[in-house]
Write a protein that binds this ligand. Structure first.
Ligand code: KG4
Ligand code: ZN
Length: 334
């Protein structure tokens, strides 16, 4: 089965072709960082316009590199949500048009399920059941994947997503956009124990995350001590990153103990963070938890993960109708 995946939920226009479920024949990602960098964040209207400009060439390139003609595909998988509605509409419209013209089966994919399926595109795919920590620019949630396509939500952020916190702190420190990779690079020269940014505790004992407290502490520190020297900036970046990583790692490993599930998938844009990957790997090892982390290029937004999740759904007989619509607040599990 050869499946085309299309992803346009936020600020990456992506298309990929997969064979036999998880064999990647091509994967093209067109980043919009240059469009949004001057604003320090994603501007929805500009994102959808850029998607419109590049999505057809991106899909053509993905088909070309895979040496597959659209008419020879066995199906199309497209991100249906969650995401920015204008951005999602560009992908769903093209996917529907291609499905209609070539008479192909179509399936809508939840972007977060896509992130989880990135772990099946590696040499070390997880076995069910497993926990999945999905940390991205728009979402931070911990799921239990009980069986294929069967998820339960264990906890999620009550305010900012982890990636959003990285992006906002980068802006506070005047580092640029997107914040995650720049904060990581800046943190390399800093001391992660220099400043104690407090991680908020859930008074009701929930497994939820919260990052606005850490972000506010950084903002207060910058106001009180600014303008910061290069050394101080590096210390703030390192201490902030350490606080975020601590919260993510603790909540995840506690959920392993509580559920008795000893397999964890770490995925989403923030999973590209080296300190998070290394800390979770080390602490999971101590707890006897098996960790599966896709390579960074599969953790950030791409269409191979959408095609993988879609292939599974197509194989299971799922079909979307041509009135499939973008759902900006699509839920994976509750
Ligand atoms: O999954 P993704 O590509 O898009 C969404 O679905 O949101 O995640 C993007 C987010 C951004 O907030 C970006 O700053 C963050 O992932 N990110 C990182 C790193 N690379 C990307 N955060 C921390 N460290 C990184 N190395
Ligand atoms: Zn994403």
């Amino acid at each position: 089965m050869v499946v085309l995946g299309i992803e346009s939920s936020c600020d990456e226009t992506a298309a990929a072709v997969l064979a036999d479920g998880y064999r990647v024949l091509s994967s093209i990602v067109a980043s919009q960082d240059d469009v949004h960098a001057p604003y320090g964040g994603v501007v929805p209207e500009l994102a959808s316009r850029r998607h419109l400009e590049v999505i057809v060439p991106v899909v053509e390139r993905a088909l070309g590199e895979a040496r597959v003609r659209a008419a020879d595909l066995d199906g199309i998988a497209v991100t249906q949500g969650p995401g920015l509605v204008g951005s999602l509409l560009v992908g769903t419209s093209l996917a529907k048009a291609l499905a209609w013209v070539h008479g192909l089966p179509l399936v809508g994919v939840n972007h977060l399920e896509g992130h989880i399926y990135a772990s099946f595109l590696t040499d070390d795919p997880p076995e069910y059941p497993f926990l999945a920590l999905v940390v991205s620019g728009g979402h931070t949630a911990l799921y239990q994947a009980r069986a294929p396509r069967e998820y339960a939500l264990l906890g999620q952020t009550r305010d900012d997503a982890a990636g959003e916190a990285f992006d906002k702190v980068a802006k506070l420190l005047g580092l640029g956009f997107p914040g995650g990779p720049i904060v990581q690079r800046t943190a390399e020269a800093g001391d992660p124990t220099a400043i104690a940014f407090p991680a908020s505790r859930m008074t009701d004992g929930a497994r939820d995350f919260s990052f606005s407290g850490i972000k506010t502490s950084v903002s207060l520190y910058v106001k009180r001590h600014g303008p910061l020297s290069e050394r101080q900036t590096a210390d703030v970046a390192a201490s902030f990153q350490a606080a975020v990583v601590r919260m993510l790692v603790r909540r995840t490993l506690r959920a392993c103990v509580q559920t008795g599930v000893k397999r964890v998938v770490l995925t989403g844009g923030v999973a590209a963070n080296t300190r998070l990957r290394e800390t979770l790997a080390a602490e999971a090892g101590v707890e006897g938890v098996r960790l599966h982390v896709p390579p960074p290029r599969l953790c950030t937004d791409n269409a191979a993960m959408i095609a993988a999740a879609g292939s599974d759904r197509l194989k299971a007989g799922e079909r979307a109708r041509l009135d499939l619509n973008a759902i900006p607040d699509l839920v994976l599990a509750s």
